[in-house]
Design a protein around this ligand. Structure first.
Ligand code: SF4
Ligand code: SF4
Length: 337
């Protein structure tokens, strides 16, 4: 079958407010199905702090690895340091440590905020600039499509920027037409914001638990802010018949189409353990059949007419975005209030 040419490209983000709800499992099945149906497609693993889509897709070698450099890291000139302790007192991140009587800066904690050098009387603090903060990796999968994967170095900030770089690489490889399939990180942090920026469609994955419902509302709010048309997949839908109706009611009230439900299936963790998509590891299992049906629906019904779909399900007015600014040292625990 020849899939329709999608020009200009469309961005479809698979996201969930909560981790461990089957997002990457579904993304892998979706990617395989789109490739099978002849879609020109690039998959992007945008979970830069814990990338694992390449494992599910059996990628063991990268064709290309680009380092991403940015930011700065402080370090102390030992011979100039008078051990006055001011930097340790002022570093809001607790990055200044005393080891064997010497003041040192923990590179995994330092955010490069400059404060310590401003308070240091003998000017003993210097910076390394353009520190390696992550990698963008590219591989051709054994299933015939290209995967771009992002990974943040431990302790480095700005994983959102690395996700943006990974998406840009994906768009470059995609060219003027096709589908950019993005597997977002869990949650609503900066990586997820970068994943959703510029996207038109999103598949939200939730489980029938109260925690997942609460997280679904949060991620849905973000998609509304970005004017994205969402779809909902309920994974392990049969594990909690009390909460399932609450998720369905929320979807109906918010005009989110439920495009499928996947049953709990012990074959799924076994497939993950063998680094295979569930539809390859156990194609006749209930979860594989349900995930495949969802992927075929997206390929056959949503993507060919994605503009109509977007117009029908996009938020009628964007959700205002009100960031909550938490500064180190200003967080009060509920017990102290
Ligand atoms: S640059 Fe900022 S985060 Fe790093 S050690 Fe200095 S005060 Fe702490
Ligand atoms: S503020 Fe400067 S002199 Fe004082 S402990 Fe830190 S690095 Fe040493």
């Amino acid at each position: 079958m020849t899939a329709p040419e999608i020009k200009p490209p469309v961005e479809l983000v698979v996201a969930s407010g909560k981790g461990g709800v089957g997002k990457s499992t579904l993304t892998a099945v979706l990617a395989l199905t789109l490739a099978e149906k002849g879609y020109h497609m690039v998959a992007v693993d945008a979970d830069a702090e814990a990338p694992n889509l390449h494992l599910v897709l059996g990628v063991t070698q990268w064709e290309k690895v680009d380092d991403v450099y940015e930011g700065r890291l402080a370090y102390i000139l030992e011979d100039k340091c008078t051990r006055c302790n001011l930097c340790a007192e002022e570093c809001a991140y607790g990055a200044v440590e005393i080891k064997d009587g010497k003041y040192v800066i923990n590179p995994y904690i330092c955010e490069g905020c400059l404060t310590c050098s401003l308070v240091c009387p003998p000017k003993a603090i210097r910076y390394k600039f353009r520190v390696k903060s992550g990698e963008i990796r590219v591989a051709k999968t054994g299933y015939g499509f290209t995967l771009v994967s992002s990974e943040t170095m431990p302790g480095r900030p700005n994983s959102g920027k690395i996700v943006t770089e990974a998406k840009n690489k994906g768009k470059e490889l995609l060219g003027p037409s096709g589908v950019l399939l993005v597997d977002a990180a869990a949650g609503i942090g900066c990586q997820v914001i970068s994943s959703l920026t510029g996207a038109q469609l999103s598949i939200l994955v939730a489980e029938p638990t109260l925690a997942s419902l609460s997280d679904l509302k949060r991620i849905h709010k973000l998609t509304k802010h970005f004017g994205i048309a969402p779809m909902l997949v309920i994974n392990k839908y049969d594990i909690n018949q009390d909460v399932l109706p609450l998720i369905e009611e929320y979807a109906e009230k918010e005009n989110i189409p439920i495009i499928g439900k996947i049953p709990y299936d012990p074959e799924v963790p076994k497939a993950l353990a063998t680094n295979k998509p569930i539809t390859i590891y156990s194609p006749d299992s209930p979860a594989a059949k349900a995930a495949k049906k969802i992927a075929e629906y997206v390929a056959d019904e949503v993507l060919p007419q994605w503009r109509t779909w977007w117009a029908k399900y996009r938020p009628k007015k964007p959700e205002p975005y009100v960031p909550v600014v938490l500064r180190p040292g200003q967080i009060t625990s509920t017990r102290e209030r």
